[in-house]
Design a protein around this ligand. Structure first.
Ligand code: 26Q
Length: 822
């Protein structure tokens, strides 16, 4: 009852209405009649935030006194997506807020739509970190996420003349209501300089680092609420700032411009997210970013430990730190430095703590995607850390030599330093040596990690290697993205417990042949397709027919993900229709989304080719009843939420052995799309879960692909012997899609015919045949609906809640810590 509710925390409609108007007035300085859409959004965001803060302060108080073991997730990326709708769902007040809005004469959906998303990540790895933060809170595990508060996140993608054009993402322009700046939580971070020895107060000789310059990291906190819990965890992102005392007094006395310049230089460290999902060689600023956030985070953890528990000996009992790939692997060395140099521990004590603190997740096997840094750069930027790496390596290699007497080749392979050529620090080896647990992100990937990338390490420390298959949060990707489907599921099951316990979707299986449900299921899908078609029309001018099969590939552009295999199929359909062979086809809308790294020429050319093919196909009345091709610009979390509900078919067609897991595959399947896919990453487990008969499988296995590469793969033989394949590639080269330019796509087609590193041509025929079985299945709506329903019913395992529970039990050894309502 509203009269007993306190302002700012009440959950009734009356309380929400009153507080919304108060926030509009006292924070935005506006009243209803003159408020802009952005003012309304800000008022809604602050009204929601107030409810979060109450739970957050309560959680913080409990954790402080309970000394609960805390998970620290270290990630260079968090691809958060919009907060408002998800926070309302997790607070359980979406319907109340919608009604409150209606009574104030507001359009709730328009307000939600107004939010600019924080895109502080590239793709899968960054989105996984965001899903994990949400599931940590939902699973009631005390956690802090540490990262970088990039001023510019992943670029916005525009399409001009068919090419990708990058626009800066100025996401903070209008303010960020979800973060709380913490000017007093601030740590110094050093770079450059040298190491020197000195005598401590006990007369002991010790080493310390004299950096050449210092900057500060300041904390910005965002509360992360769990679904249907009172637990709120903390996302703490660091912003780089000039350290005033250093720049203004010690160095730049009288040099005002110099002082301002070094301030600007300091602030560039957290200025922009690197937009490639593969390391770029030798980018000094990237290493500076990594060290920056790692150093702030480790200093913060030590401060928290000293403030609550006390002696650092118990550090690894209080904290467990998960490294999201090697990007934060320097944390291993930084913790050693802090314990040795700043806190006076000896090597054995420090190493014991460090080794028990860290765990490492690997996200790739591609050799070109493994991070290494030149020793020369390390020496210049982090001389003390390089010394420590040498010492860690010396002790580690002694251990290897003892275990494998005389096997110097093994010692070379396992060393933290790659020798021969320019000497480089191998971050993956550092992460394995410094961690108590190492995991891959899907069963196949984890097996390959042990068998290939870390074979030597798995022989030395077999017990250290684990698998935790990725998952995604059903709150964002079902409840928020697809309210119609969620309502239908809740109605059918008679409860909404599936939202926190996704395995309960299995109850849908008992209704798999219910004709009424089938009709509703199709209506839900059709409505989502209509929504997407409307949005597409205004974004691109392209008309999609909601009655056609929506065939969607949405993910970063990469040769290994093989968007060009999809294009070859589109060109094949086009030619078949032109030749009057449309008998086995169904009308399809081929939809793509995804960004290419700005420096990745081949990926950008693939985008251009899609748009070029789209232009020809969409303007050819002879084929328009059968097919459309559309590129959805600026695929991000928000646009993903429009796409997943509308897909009939999900394209997961990477070369087997190359996609570590994939998580888009899970999001599509949760929304009732069927998958056409290879036996790669988590596809393997999705197929096992939903049933082979409900999954369109094609292509080489990882083993067969590897075997064929070893014995010599000759793509031109496929090109010469398959006349349809030849004619598809020749059509690209004919200039039909490029206004007569026969050279534009040559880099792509030549690469396919002559090198084809990801075996597109080897899988072409199998893919076409599989697409025919897709078309046949779609022609039987009852059968398709049943398959779609079973995909949803059996996808429960791919909730990130399950992934977090596995990490908690097997890797972190933490137990839930439920917070009671205050
Ligand atoms: C590293 C150094 C310098 C510059 C950039 C990078 C960098 C940045 C981002 C390297 C890699 C990434 C991102 C990788 C990524 O997203 N990997 C994906 O992780 C998902 C979650 O586990 C998996 O599902 C995908 O299979 C994997 O490709």
């Amino acid at each position: 009852s509203s009269t007993h509710e306190r302002t700012r925390t009440g959950m009734s409609k009356t309380a929400l209405k009153q507080d919304f108007l108060d926030n509009l007035f006292y924070i935005q300085g506006r009243f209803r009649e003159v408020a802009t859409p952005h003012d309304l959004y800000m008022a809604a965001a602050f009204t929601t935030r107030d409810r979060l803060l109450k739970r957050w302060v309560n959680s913080a108080q409990v954790f402080k006194t309970s000394h609960a073991r805390t998970v620290c997730y270290l990630s260079a990326e968090y691809l958060l997506g919009p907060h408002l709708a998800c926070n309302l769902v997790n607070l359980g007040i979406t319907d109340t807020a919608r009604q409150a809005g209606a009574e104030l004469g507001l359009n709730f959906d328009a307000i939600v739509e107004e939010e600019e998303e924080p895109g502080l990540g590239n793709g899968g790895l960054g989105r996984l970190a965001a899903c994990f933060m949400e599931s940590l809170s939902t699973c009631q595990v005390p956690a802090i996420g540490y990262g970088i508060r990039y001023e510019f996140g992943i670029f916005d993608q525009a399409i001009e003349d068919g090419w990708q054009v990058e626009k800066t993402d100025n996401w903070l322009r209008n303010g960020n209501p979800w973060e709380i700046p913490r000017p007093k939580i601030c740590f110094p971070v050093g770079y450059g300089g040298h190491t020197e020895s000195y005598r401590d107060e006990h007369g002991q000789m010790r080493l310390r680092w004299q950096p050449a310059f210092m900057i500060n990291g300041m904390a910005y906190d965002t509360p992360i609420l769990g679904y249907g819990t009172e637990n709120v965890n903390l996302l703490r992102l660091w912003k780089a700032e000039a350290s005033e005392s250093f720049n203004f007094q010690a160095f730049n006395t009288g040099d005002y411009y110099g002082a301002v310049y070094s301030k600007i230089e300091a602030e560039t460290i957290s200025k922009v997210l690197y937009p490639n999902d593969e390391p770029e060689i030798g980018k000094e600023l990237r290493l500076k970013q990594q060290y920056f956030f790692v150093s702030c985070s480790m200093q913060d953890m030590i401060r928290l430990h000293l403030n609550t528990v006390g002696p650092l000996e118990s550090f690894a009992e209080k904290f467990v730190v998960q490294l999201n790939d090697t990007h934060p692997a320097l944390a291993v060395v930084e913790l050693m430095r802090l314990l040795l140099d700043d806190h006076g521990l000896n090597w054995e004590q420090a190493w014991d703590i460090t080794r028990h603190t860290f765990c490492y997740t690997n996200h790739t096997l591609l050799p070109e995607a493994l991070e290494t840094w030149s020793v020369a750069l390390f020496e210049r930027l982090l001389p003390r850390h390089l010394d420590l790496i040498y010492e860690i390596n010396r002790r580690f290699l002694d251990e290897v030599r003892m275990r494998f007497l005389g096997d110097e080749a093994r010692v070379w392979r396992m060393s933290l330093i790659a020798e021969g050529g320019e000497r480089r620090v191998r971050m993956a080896n550092l992460a394995v040596v410094g961690s108590q647990a190492v995991n891959g992100v899907a069963e196949l990937h984890s097996a390959l990690v042990k068998a290939t990338l870390f074979k030597d390490f798995a022989e030395l420390w077999p017990e250290r290697f684990h698998n935790v298959t990725n998952g995604v949060t059903p709150r964002r990707f079902m409840v928020v993205a697809n309210p119609r489907l969620s309502r239908l599921i809740t109605q059918t099951c008679g409860h909404d417990a599936w939202i926190r316990d996704l395995e309960r979707l299995r109850e849908l299986e008992t209704h798999q042949d219910d004709a009424g449900l089938h009709a509703d299921w199709r209506a839900v899908k059709l409505a989502a397709k209509q929504d997407l078609a409307t949005w597409m029309q205004q974004a691109t001018g392209i008309h999609l027919d909601p009655a056609s099969l929506f065939d969607v590939q949405a993910k970063r552009f990469h040769e290994y993900k093989r968007q060009h295999l999809n294009i070859l199929h589109i060109i094949r359909c086009y030619q078949r229709i032109k030749q009057g062979e449309s008998q086995n086809l169904v009308p399809r809308a081929f939809i793509f989304g995804g960004k290419a790294a700005p420096g990745y020429f081949m990926a950008k050319l693939m985008i251009k080719l899609i748009n070029a093919v789209a232009e020809v196909v969409n303007n050819d009345p002879q084929v328009n009843g059968w097919m459309r091709v559309a590129f959805l610009p600026n695929f991000n979390v928000k646009n993903g939420q429009r796409l997943y509900p509308a897909a009939d078919l999900s394209e997961q067609i990477s070369l087997a052995g190359k996609e570590a897991s994939g998580t888009g595959n899970m999001k599509f399947s949760m929304n009732g799309a069927l998958t056409i896919g290879t036996l790669d990453g988590a596809n393997v487990e999705i197929r096992e879960a939903v049933g082979a008969e409900n999954f369109f499988l094609f292509g080489l296995t990882a083993e067969a692909a590897l075997q064929q590469q070893l014995t010599g793969y000759r793509p031109w033989e496929y090109y010469q012997s398959d006349i349809e394949l030849k004619s598809d590639i020749d059509l690209i080269n004919s200039g039909l899609f490029s206004h007569g330019d026969t050279q534009l796509f040559r880099p792509l087609t030549d690469n396919l015919v002559n090198h084809d590193p990801f075996m597109v041509l080897a899988d072409y025929r199998a893919y076409l045949e599989c697409q025919q079985t897709v078309s046949a299945a779609y022609q039987d709506p009852e059968r398709w609906t049943r398959m779609s329903l079973l995909n949803v019913a059996r996808i429960g395992r791919f909730s990130s809640d399950r992934a977090i529970r596995e990490y908690a039990e097997h890797i972190w050894k933490v137990t839930p810590n439920p917070i009671e309502a205050a």
